[in-house]
Design a protein around this ligand. Structure first.
Ligand SMILES: Cc1ncc(COP(=O)(O)O)c(C=O)c1O
Length: 276
């Protein structure tokens, strides 16, 4: 609705954006039909992971790229959560490797690129990058820009992120996602385990949500008792059902077994949760 999502965002700034439902091609087409000459760019997560994990439906990201480009707009792909985590070249590369070929104009990175330290980055088409200072007129700088400690931590992490490490992260994610699925099934909890690469989450609904409205409609009240039951057993989960679970190569067999053992009691807590 183009409303400010947080206090302090002036309505005039929010009015510069148009928000449409995720995974909805008709909505994208309609917004371009109405405002095409005023739209500078479409910005979208490579796979949505801030409303729970909601993967783009096959072809959706390519459709965004094609539609934006047909109207002279840019596609900005936000890989802040997925970049360097699901693949060394991001969720985009996973899609390209399965035949969904498209080319965003700008890609944004964060999280893993700093190896856990504060760092963010963007990259893109050469003619766009040339607009940034000192080559071009767009000034961009800040306290943490190119922070040496963060860059060193990021470099150390990325240099160690070998195919073997990605295989371990993928296997750990699959193992825990499957265990989560089993525990909730055995406890009789209606659920779905949405996945996007090695990101996954839990949805308390019969089908994995496709968009924000569906994510909102789930039985989210089941998550707090689930979360606290896991925490009492020494497992720190994301604090909201609308966040992704991230496994790492540092989760060894002992840690993964610990998580697996904790799941049935948490699933039982979710099963007995009530709405109030
Ligand atoms: C998908 C996504 N994009 C962007 C951001 C914000 O990144 P930054 O703090 O570098 O602006 C976040 C923060 O968690 C995020 O999850």
């Amino acid at each position: 609705m183009g409303l400010p999502g947080s206090a302090g965002v002036p309505a005039a700034i929010a009015a510069q954006t148009l928000v449409i439902p995720y995974n909805d091609r008709a909505a994208l087409e309609a917004v371009f039909a109405e405002h095409g000459d005023r739209i500078a760019a479409v910005i979208v997560e490579a796979a949505a992971a801030n409303m729970g994990v909601v993967a783009p439906e096959p072809g959706f990201n390519r459709f965004i790229a094609d539609t934006a480009h047909a109207h002279g707009a840019l596609m900005i792909l936000d890989e802040v959560l997925t970049g360097f985590r699901v693949h060394h070249a991001g969720f985009w590369a996973l899609q390209v490797s399965t035949g969904e070929v498209y080319m965003p104009d700008i890609i944004t990175f964060g999280k893993v690129i700093g190896g856990g330290m504060p760092l963010a980055a963007l990259g893109g088409r050469a003619d766009i990058m040339d607009l940034l200072a000192p080559a071009g007129p767009v000034y961009q700088a800040g306290t943490l820009s190119g922070n040496p400690l963060s860059v060193a931590a990021g470099l150390a992490t990325l240099l160690r992120a070998t195919p073997k490490i990605y295989a371990r992260v993928d296997a750990a994610a699959t193992r825990i996602a499957d265990a989560l699925d089993r525990a909730l099934t055995e406890a009789g909890v209606v659920h779905a385990i949405p996945r996007a690469g090695n990101l996954f989450g839990v949805g308390f609904a019969a089908h994995a949500p496709r968009n924000y409205a569906e994510a909102q409609a789930q039985e989210a009240f089941r998550y707090p008792p689930f979360f606290h039951a896991m925490r009492e057993q020494g497992v720190a989960l994301p604090p909201s059902v609308f966040e992704a679970w991230f496994l790492t190569a540092a989760h060894d067999d002992a840690a993964l077994s610990h998580i697996e053992r904790a799941l049935p009691a948490a699933a039982a807590a979710a099963a007995s949760a009530s709405r109030s």
